[in-house]
Design a protein around this ligand. Structure first.
Ligand code: SIN
Length: 555
């Protein structure tokens, strides 16, 4: 083996860093991250963290808002645990040095913003750069912690599990599979290294890049979902992809979100003619749940043939807007849009994966010693539609719970031998010149897959579109499998392989659910069907390599 640690954390967003800082109190931690350590979805999170801190708010109201948004599929015990834990987790961030806005209140308590679906102001924020403020502090803490080693430009290829080792003749088969580490590609030296650990934590974020338009950074390629699936873990509810209603629409703007907090401060959605339209769709108008707003925009764009709609906040004071949304103000200005005077052109884009690796209340997956935290996990908090700003909260709460669980078991795990794992099951890196090989296969398949998912598995679905998408994705996956051996191992290739697998899993879950609920909207099954579908959809791979789909009522 190349590296041995107590904990192997994969991903350097809020989930991975929060866990690492707590776990480092009991053992050694490796954080493996595929690009620069700051390059995570957390770093781009604008809105903030939802928590009950205002005198007019209550845990019960936050719980109820989360349940309403989740449209019948939230697990109420999980919702309660996460909401109740919120204030303590925020306090920890403040103690670590994160500075949140105090603005409007005189007593130094946080300024609380509002977002869609929240019945009270409860979003703690650092202007419109909340994620960055949190990420910077957590990274600084991790870097100065002697028990934490950060490996940048290291991409995890696959997990090492005991069943894997049985196939390689190293171990005998135990009943439930156990995770022992991971094979990791050092993207600079192009060598594959083995990392062995007592517990492996997948904190790899989402898979927005599976869609043509997304608010996510380039790193959001569903790696954790794909490697967990390949290892045999169960994944749930992948049909619930959240489309954020308002991403900047501009030919040269890439992935730029216009935070829901802008609507929280009074912005209204209007069409090209200046007509406000949300009142025709929901009593909460512009602050309705995200699925409602995204579908309303999609409908308006289809009706009018326009390429975008507009978000208008020009009625608010210019000084206030520059102070409250400095990032959005500056960014829009670079595209010639002055948000204090001009309505902002916006379109919906893939934003958040509500499903993921199925986990229990400690963040444990269905493989022993493998945990999943943050967007790559499906804890039961979000149900069929995540309430805005509940995601950073969930990541912190589960990092906390997992760290306690791991600490309680670490001594027992240390008594067990860590196997000396050969690298034989990963194909060797070829040194061939990338220019000599068919690199175009990667670029071409990447493009068609993202367009296909956008058109056929997007905001509005039909049975026919889903079936077509399945056929096309199967073809793409076959092409990748056939040509992979001729292409040098690279992060582009691995990410394409992972995304194509995640696309197939999203389609499989979407095809199972014969109803419309939350973020899954199918014109062939417009009604919600509580009698049959008040449950999770689950996918996993069995030992003979088949994709299995089951629903939670059968396990
Ligand atoms: C936003 O700022 O609109 C995003 C917040 C979230 O997705 O929770």
């Amino acid at each position: 083996m190349d590296h041995q640690f107590d904990y192997l954390v994969i991903g350097s967003g809020i989930a991975g860093l929060s866990f690492a800082l707590k776990a480092a109190r009991t053992g050694s931690v490796a954080i493996v991250t595929k690009k620069d350590k700051i390059e995570s979805s957390t770093n781009y999170a604008q809105g903030g963290i939802a928590s009950v801190l205002a005198p007019d708010d209550s845990f019960q109201l936050h719980i109820q808002d989360t349940l309403n948004s989740g449209d019948g599929l939230c697990h109420p015990d999980v919702v309660e645990r996460v909401v109740l834990s919120g204030p303590d987790r925020i306090k920890e961030l403040i103690e670590l040095g994160v500075v949140f806005n105090t603005g409007r209140s005189q007593d130094g308590s946080p300024d609380l913003g509002r977002e869609g679906g929240h019945s009270r102001n409860r979003i703690v924020h650092a202007q419109d750069l909340t994620g960055r403020a949190v990420e910077k502090v957590l990274i600084a803490q991790a870097e100065s912690n002697p028990n934490i080693t950060i490996f940048e430009n290291h991409l995890v290829l696959d997990l090492i599990t005991e069943h894997h080792q049985v196939k390689a003749g190293v171990l005998t088969m135990s009943q439930q599979d156990v995770c022992r580490g991971a094979y990791v590609l050092d993207c600079e030296s192009r060598e594959v290294r083995t990392f062995v650990a007592h517990a492996v934590l997948l904190c790899t974020g989402g898979a927005g890049k599976v869609y043509l338009y997304t608010s996510n950074p380039d790193v959001a390629t569903g790696d954790g979902l794909a490697i967990a699936y390949r290892a045999g873990a169960r994944l749930a509810n992948l049909e619930f992809v959240q489309f954020h209603p308002t991403c900047l629409y501009h030919p040269t703007a890439k992935n730029f979100l216009i935070s829901e907090a802008v609507r929280g401060e009074g912005a209204r959605l209007i069409d090209r003619r200046g007509r406000a339209f949300m009142e025709f769709y929901h009593p909460l108008k512009d602050l309705a749940f995200r699925d409602v707003v995204a579908r309303a925009i999609d409908t308006e764009m289809k009706k009018t043939g326009d390429d975008c709609v507009f978000l208008d906040i020009t009625h608010r004071d210019a000084g206030f807007l520059k102070e409250r949304f400095p990032n959005i103000y500056e960014k829009c200005l670079t595209f010639g849009i002055d948000i204090t005077r001009d309505p902002i052109p916006v379109v919906p884009a893939a934003h958040y994966m509500c499903g993921g690796i199925l986990t229990d209340k400690y963040g444990q997956s269905t493989i022993q010693n493998l945990y999943a935290i943050g967007e790559c996990a499906c804890t039961g908090l979000h149900g069929a539609n995540r309430l805005a700003s509940n995601s950073l909260l969930e990541a912190m709460v589960y990092a906390h719970e997992a760290s306690i669980h791991c600490a309680a078991h670490l001594e027992e795990w240390r008594r067990r031998d860590l196997p000396d794992i050969p690298c034989e099951s990963v194909r060797p890196c070829t040194n061939s010149d990338p220019l000599q090989s068919e690199m175009i296969l990667i670029a071409h398949n990447w493009d068609i897959m993202r367009r296909l998912m956008w058109n056929y598995v997007g905001i509005v679905r039909t049975d026919k579109r889903l079936a077509l998408a399945r056929t096309h994705i199967a073809q793409i996956r076959m092409e990748i499998r056939e040509h992979m051996p001729n292409i040098p191992l690279s992060s582009d290739l691995i990410e394409l392989q992972n995304l194509a697998l995640v696309a197939e899993l999203i389609i499989s879950c979407a095809m199972q659910r014969k109803e419309s609920r939350g973020l899954h909207y199918n014109l062939d099954h417009l009604q919600k069907d509580d009698a049959h579908w008040l449950r999770d959809t689950i996918v996993y791979r069995n030992q003979s390599d088949e994709l299995l789909c089951v629903d939670s009522s059968s396990i």
